[in-house]
Design a protein around this ligand. Structure first.
Ligand code: AMP
Ligand code: ZN
Length: 320
């Protein structure tokens, strides 16, 4: 049976959110050097201070993960093409997927490639797909790995993951990047183990964010499933409360940004990848994902571009 978690009412913000600024937040981030433009929307360099904030925030998450006994694994930002095909990602989110291509021709093809570049014509025909695609979410490479290791033990499994992820969604909103990092904790086991895990994080997540003096609210959410068929999937996901997000004002107070997500997959990945428990039942799974850039941006938005000038109380939580 699939456990449906209890309904959650959006949490009341306990901290006053920042006022909307007149200047686009992205321009401000470029001017203060927090982000460095590349010429492509959604692809940015990060300042040392930005990276340090992410490092410090991750230490807080990792403390919980360690206490829970999570196994830490960091996958690279690419995964086998065959695993993306099997995962169903291209069915649900073809608009976001990215794949790795490379030149595989001979000298003659190389000449043609260089001529195309010199003439400013399309050179992509000289690139062939490789065995790799870009990882769309930190937990995607995990499930086939777990399935390959044999039955899931009776007390389940818990992982602490991190990956750079790619999603093709270029935007002027700094919170919508094409390459960003996700820290994820993933629980695999019985429906009960998995929903307990998600409920624990639904309590902990907002506490952690409020300790950084950021206003936030939990809400039911859905993924951006593609096309007409996707509408039904999105509605189903909402009706069953399979996804919650923790919203924090970043670009604007009116439209707060999802900075954490709490997903219950039921036995979807268990069935897809053949992850079975010792009793032969398909494993259930859930993940909590921290959008690291979004959380750092929320902090810079709320507390200012100079980390040295952040409230002492916030600095204490992050730097100790
Ligand atoms: P999702 O799998 O869509 O729930 O994403 C997990 C987390 O990653 C979200 O809660 C966001 O914080 C973050 N995230 C998703 N898409 C982006 C993006 N385009 N740019 C930056 N962060 C993102
Ligand atoms: Zn996940």
């Amino acid at each position: 049976m699939n456990a449906v978690p209890p309904a959650f009412t959006p949490a009341e913000p306990t901290v006053e959110p920042v006022a909307s600024a007149a200047k686009p937040f992205l321009d401000e981030l470029f001017e203060t050097g927090v982000l460095i433009p590349s010429g492509v929307d959604g692809l940015y360099g990060r300042s040392g201070a930005f990276e340090e904030v992410i490092d410090r925030f991750e230490t807080l998450v990792e403390r919980h993960a360690r206490e829970d006994g999570a196994v830490k694994i960091h996958f690279p930002p690419a995964m086998p093409r065959v695993n993306m095909e099997k995962s169903g990602y291209l069915k649900s989110f073809p608009q976001l997927a990215g794949s790795v291509h490379s030149f595989m021709g001979n000298d003659m093809d190389h000449c043609r490639l260089l001529s195309a570049i010199a003439e400013g014509t399309d050179w992509s025909q000289f690139q062939q797909p490789t065995d790799l695609v870009l990882t769309p979410a930190a937990c995607y490479p995990l499930y086939p790995t777990v399935a390959a290791k044999g039955p899931v033990p009776a007390d389940g499994l818990l992982f602490d993951l991190k990956s750079y992820c790619f999603r093709h969604e270029p935007s002027k909103e700094p919170t919508r990047m094409q390459f960003f990092r996700m820290r994820e904790n993933v629980r695999i086991g019985t429906a009960e183990q998995v929903s307990d895990f998600r409920e624990r994080w639904l309590e902990r997540g907002p506490k952690l964010i409020r300790s950084l003096e950021l206003p936030c609210a939990l809400d039911v959410a859905n993924d951006p499933f593609f096309g007409r068929g996707g509408k039904l999937m999105a509605r189903n996901q909402r009706d069953q409360q399979l996804k919650f997000e923790l919203l924090i004002p970043v670009n604007s107070v009116e439209n707060p940004t999802a900075c954490l997500s709490f997903n219950y997959h039921q036995d979807h990945f268990g069935t897809l990848w053949g992850m079975e428990r010792e009793d032969g039942e398909k494993a259930h799974s859930a993940c909590v994902g921290f959008g690291l850039e979004r959380i750092a941006l929320a902090l810079f938005r709320q507390h200012g571009s100079d980390v040295e000038a952040w409230p002492k109380s916030v600095r204490k939580v992050l730097w100790g």
